[in-house]
Unconditional design. Structure first.
Length: 478
């Protein structure tokens, strides 16, 4: 063989192959041409001055429509053409962008992609991408993803997504891009419509700043557990939302509508429910949100939220979700949901909140009615219980009367493939990794490293078992 290939240097190389058999007979020389091309690493000619902002007040700015989708994003103001969907105004300025879902061109399963300019993060040490989004209409609205590419658009990774009706108000999303500093990235909103025209999703008030946004959780919360609420002729510390369509009602001895709702409370005399009667007032697709007080779980190692629910009526009752917020109500994550007729009896639900211990959280019941009045859903007998009175701060050594201070660190965080654990002062026996829904996704005997390469991008909690106690920390999988 003659000819060399330098894989570190761009260019075209020729390699010649000469072979002979055992008798010394030479075969015809074969030549191969090998081309070494540069690897795409990030995009080029990007935004390098921060903070960056875009409100679409003078067109799309540096954002561009994709040519590989079905429909375009549209600049709009003062409400989309379709009724019962889309925002009535921008969240800042006058304009916003949205995807019109009407007509056979707009649904079902039509894709609309809009691409950001290139963002040069090479000189940054921190970065946060923020935007406002509006998702109001049918429950079958389809999806929207924020996707990121660090190879000049060859591949895209979803870093945020939402689906379904999120209510008639602008919501905020903040995405930490610190895992991508030192390089250049491009972002895109990838919208896929659902099965209906009533599904206009809008985006506004985009920004990218050279810092990390730290959003405090709620404050002034419940600190004594177990906590209980039976709504005995009062909402207690729970409050009605002002960003929905209808309210929850305290009731006893049966709802006004026949063939739906409970006939009595699960415990005590009263419960809360949503009255679905009235076409255009109680249904279809009317939202009712009731917010819990703030729960201070900073000194807890275990937490479980339990409640009774009653879903009796038509098959098309709509949905109910239990949602949690750890950023003082800026964003909400569904941790439990049900839909449809569950029969004329109270059901029990228990939701593990271990992913949220060590901080404060707020919960809410988010009810969206279906296509009929016969759909009264009720809640009763709410409780939040904890398994320990405090986070593990020190442990008494069985061979000593002195306390050992535990240092528990995770690195790198955000993590790509291998999460390293530094634990000083004691040895753990077992670990469990929980996702944002409180479900165990990894577990095993304690090791100083944990392979998290197969976990999807997102936020997780790792819990170390140390004797009869536990220690918990959050980490981000990038």
């Amino acid at each position: 063989t003659t000819g060399n290939v330098n894989t570190a240097l761009e260019g075209t190389y020729t390699v010649n192959y000469n072979v002979s058999d055992a008798a010394g007979n030479n075969a015809t020389q074969v030549s191969r041409t090998i081309t070494i091309s540069p690897v795409n690493i990030g995009c080029s000619n990007g935004i390098a001055s921060f903070p960056y902002s875009e409100g679409f007040e003078n067109g799309l700015g540096a954002w561009t429509q994709s040519s590989t989708d079905n429909i375009d994003w549209t600049i709009d103001a003062s409400g989309t053409p379709s009724s019962g969907t889309g925002p009535s105004s921008a969240t800042e300025g006058i304009n916003y962008i949205y995807v019109e879902a009407s007509g056979s061109a707009g649904f079902p399963t039509k894709q609309a992609i809009i691409n950001s300019p290139c963002f040069n993060l090479s000189a940054l040490t921190e970065a946060t991408f923020s935007f406002k989004y509006h998702m109001y209409g049918s429950s079958d609205m389809g999806t929207i993803n924020l996707e990121l590419s660090n190879d000049n658009g060859v591949t895209w990774t979803s870093i945020w997504n939402k689906t379904g009706n999120q209510g008639n108000s602008w919501q905020t999303a903040n995405l930490n891009l610190s895992a991508y500093v030192g390089s250049s990235v491009q972002l895109r909103f990838n919208r896929i419509t659902g099965g209906t025209w009533q599904a206009d999703i809008a985006i506004d008030d985009i920004s990218l700043i050279d810092s990390t946004i730290v959003i405090p959780s709620c404050s002034g919360g419940i600190t004594s557990f177990p906590y209980t609420e039976g709504f005995e002729n009062t909402l207690g510390a729970w409050t009605q939302s002002t960003s929905d369509d209808i309210n929850w009602t305290v009731d006893a001895s049966g709802t006004p509508s026949s063939g739906t709702g409970p006939s009595s409370a699960s415990q005590g005399t009263y419960y809360v429910f949503v009255e679905a009667s009235g076409n255009g007032t109680g249904y279809p697709n009317k939202r009712a949100i009731i917010n819990s007080p703030c729960y201070d779980l900073s000194s807890e190692t275990e937490a479980t939220f339990s409640f009774k629910y009653h879903m009796y009526g038509a098959a098309d009752m709509g949905t109910i979700a239990l949602e949690v917020s750890n950023d003082n109500g800026i964003s909400w994550t569904s941790i439990w949901n049900e839909s449809g007729n569950k029969g004329n009896s109270w059901q029990t639900a228990s939701v593990n909140l271990v992913s949220y211990i060590g901080g404060s959280v707020q919960l809410r019941f988010n009810r969206i009615t279906g296509a009929t009045w016969q759909a009264d859903i009720a809640i009763d007998d709410v409780s939040l219980t904890t398994g320990s009175s405090g986070v593990l701060k020190s442990i008494v050594d069985v061979n000593s009367t002195t306390n050992k201070t535990i240092e528990f660190k995770l690195y790198p965080n955000p993590v790509g493939n291998t999460l390293s654990i530094s634990l000083i002062g004691i040895e753990a026996q077992y670990y469990q990794v929980f996702n944002s829904l409180g479900r165990v996704v990894l577990e095993g005997n304690y090791s100083s490293t944990v392979d998290v390469s197969r976990l999807p991008v997102g936020m997780y909690m790792i819990q170390l078992n140390v004797g009869e106690k536990t220690k918990v920390k959050r980490f981000i999988k990038k």
